[in-house]
Design a protein around this ligand. Structure first.
Ligand SMILES: NC(=O)c1ccc[n+]([C@@H]2O[C@H](COP(=O)([O-])OP(=O)(O)OC[C@H]3O[C@@H](n4cnc5c(N)ncnc54)[C@H](OP(=O)(O)O)[C@@H]3O)[C@@H](O)[C@H]2O)c1
Length: 297
């Protein structure tokens, strides 16, 4: 099969590249792309907002699966940059889906726990009704709907609180803050699940390798367990061996432009049942990630 991965230089895209490299020789042909290439990396420049370029690549390379890791992911900035966020997270995704529908490709796309308003108190299933609170979340939900409307075969995976050894993320920010400050305050009233992009990448590669791409639908995938951002920061501080005093605070004490759900834990029964994945508790991959980052220092 021919697989086009967009946004391949981001956190998830980098983990998919690593997973494919680790697999060794395979009959599958992966084409990794991002909005701009970088020296030393085999990355095809492809802007997903350029629907003509997407169509040309999908047809000329006979792409069977598009894995869309490209996104506008700056939740705060999206509040004042709605049109650009919508272009990438919604309209370009709709065009990817239309191309997939025309060429017969499957679209694997990543969405977010932020499509929910967080007023719930038990893990959200794929059947629960989204009610996005922020501009970012509105554009991501619109992207989901555009895919479903396009008539293509699709797998939409809603994930959450992603981090990795690549790119910028909460783990790296907290490692730096807990190393340089005596004390920090982190919100304790937003509850979700920290998720290492390695596991999500492994799921996507498994779906492709085991030819499970016909299982159209929406799936939740995060690591197991439940945490607040405070718990997450606390564990990072402990694992890293930093002596920072990590204190809880409330969201009202830490005002942000974007509203975020208070509770966005996702129920993973469907993804486990359908694809037979074992999901680790969030603390284990976090420990591995910190070990790798510490070794790189
Ligand atoms: N990060 C999270 O906590 C989180 C949580 C839930 C769901 N998700 C979803 O998971 C997916 C992967 O997230 P991530 O954390 O890996 O994101 P990321 O690290 O921000 O990577 C996104 C990649 O897409 C690229 N990109 C941006 N605009 C593009 C365009 N027009 N054409 C092609 N590529 C473009 C970015 O390039 P530049 O960096 O140059 O812009 C970047 O390399 C996204 O769909 C995101 O919404 C993320």
């Amino acid at each position: 099969m021919n697989i086009l991965v967009t946004g391949a230089l981001g956190q998830l895209g980098s983990e998919i590249r690593a997973a494919v490299r680790a697999m060794g020789p395979t009959e599958d042909h992966y084409i990794f792309s991002d909005v701009a290439s970088v020296p030393g990396e085999d990355i095809l420049p492809l802007d997903i907002t350029n629907s003509e370029a997407v169509g040309i690549i999908c047809r000329s390379e006979k792409v069977d699966v598009i894995v869309n890791c490209a996104a506008y992911t700056d939740v705060e900035k999206a509040e004042s940059d709605l049109d650009f966020a919508d272009l990438i997270n919604h309209r370009a995704v709709g065009n990817l889906a239309k191309t997939a529908a025309q060429t017969g490709a499957t679209l694997i796309h990543i969405s977010t726990d932020y499509v929910f308003d967080g007023e719930g108190y038990k893990p959200y299933t794929e059947e629960d009704a989204p009610a996005p609170l922020s501009a970012y979340a509105v554009t991501k939900f619109a992207g989901e709907k555009a895919i479903q409307k396009s008539g293509c075969r699709y797998i939409i995976i809603r994930s959450a609180w992603l981090y990795s050894t690549h790119g910028r993320n909460f783990v790296k920010t907290m490692l730096s803050l807990t190393a340089s400050r005596d004390s920090i305050r982190v919100v304790c009233d937003q509850i979700g699940t920290p998720t290492c992009a390695t596991g999500l990448a492994a799921l996507i590669v498994k779906i492709i390798s085991e030819r499970l791409t016909d299982r159209t639908g929406i799936y939740n995938y995060t690591d197991e367990g439940v945490a607040s951002w405070y718990d997450f920061a606390h564990e990072i501080n402990v694992y890293a061996g930093h002596g920072c005093n990590v204190q809880p605070c409330l969201s009202v004490d830490y005002p942000t432009k974007a509203r975020r759900p208070h509770y966005s834990v996702l129920d993973k029964s469907k993804v486990k049942r359908t694809f037979g994945v074992d999901i680790p508790h969030w603390t284990q991959p976090l420990k591995n990630c910190i070990d790798i980052l510490k070794n790189e220092e």
